[in-house]
Design a protein around this ligand. Structure first.
Ligand code: BG6
Ligand code: MG
Length: 225
């Protein structure tokens, strides 16, 4: 039997804000200046949802460069990427949220749904503050304390915090690694974006703004499993 849904766990980059673009833009610049390589657009998906250093490793692997630099240099590149990323998001405010984000958060609050941030990004707390949505969040998972996506831990951690069962929780994700993480945590997965890529999600919408509130009412209240 399905339980009522009590907790929504949001990914950040590519779900609430367009910051996946800035992440990738920063990586492109760093890799260009170090290796003189233009990172191809199709590499981006591999960098989504995974930690900073894992993103770098995925890019290096795509160009068979993973053994060409030391761990220390990898850490230096990751540091530089983050400095550049922080510059790119320096002036972020509420206008950088995707359309419909505030309305969705308000809708969930009205329904007494708990809201958590389940992002791999260590910049997550800064971004939800600068975009003015931090007060909607009841809990922020600290990604430095748990194994990253596609492992289930970021999502499971939020459920554990509220002492909820996985089937009382919904995860919202735009990345393949993130949908995998939600499904490994045995939660309901809402995919945002490409239908083909996110085929393992339970349902897919183009954007947060296109999530149907009637559908959400049913999902939240479904006791008849
Ligand atoms: C995820 C992004 O949300 O956060 C990844 O999709 C990024 O691309 C990861 O690597 C870590 O972010 P940060 O801000 O800690 O470097
Ligand atoms: Mg994302």
């Amino acid at each position: 039997m399905n339980h009522q849904k009590k907790l929504f766990i949001f990914d950040l980059d590519g779900v609430l804000a367009s910051t996946s673009d800035e992440h990738f833009q920063a990586w492109k610049a760093i890799i260009k200046s170090r290796f003189n390589i233009e990172v191809a657009d199709e590499v981006e998906e591999k960098t989504k949802g995974v930690s900073r250093i894992d993103s770098l490793n995925k890019i290096l692997e795509s160009y068979h460069l993973e053994d060409s630099i030391t761990q220390q240099e990898k850490e230096e590149l990751a540091y530089k990427k983050n400095e550049l990323y922080k510059e790119l998001i320096e002036n972020f405010d509420q206008s950088n949220l995707f359309n419909g984000v505030i309305e969705l958060l308000q809708f969930l609050k009205q329904k007494n749904i708990l809201i958590a941030l389940g992002s791999a990004s260590k910049n997550g707390p800064t971004i939800i503050k600068s975009t003015g949505i931090d007060s909607y969040f009841d809990y922020i998972v600290d990604p430095s304390l748990v194994p990253g996506k596609p492992n289930p831990d970021i999502f499971s951690k939020a459920a554990e915090y509220f002492k909820l069962q996985p089937d009382e929780c919904v995860g919202i994700e735009d990345a393949v690694s993130g949908i995998q993480a939600i499904k490994s945590a045995n939660m309901y997965a809402i995919g945002i974006g490409n239908e083909k890529l996110l085929k393992n999600a339970d349902i897919i919408f183009d954007s947060v703004g296109s999530i149907d509130f009637k559908f959400l009412e049913q999902l939240i209240g479904d006791n008849n499993g």
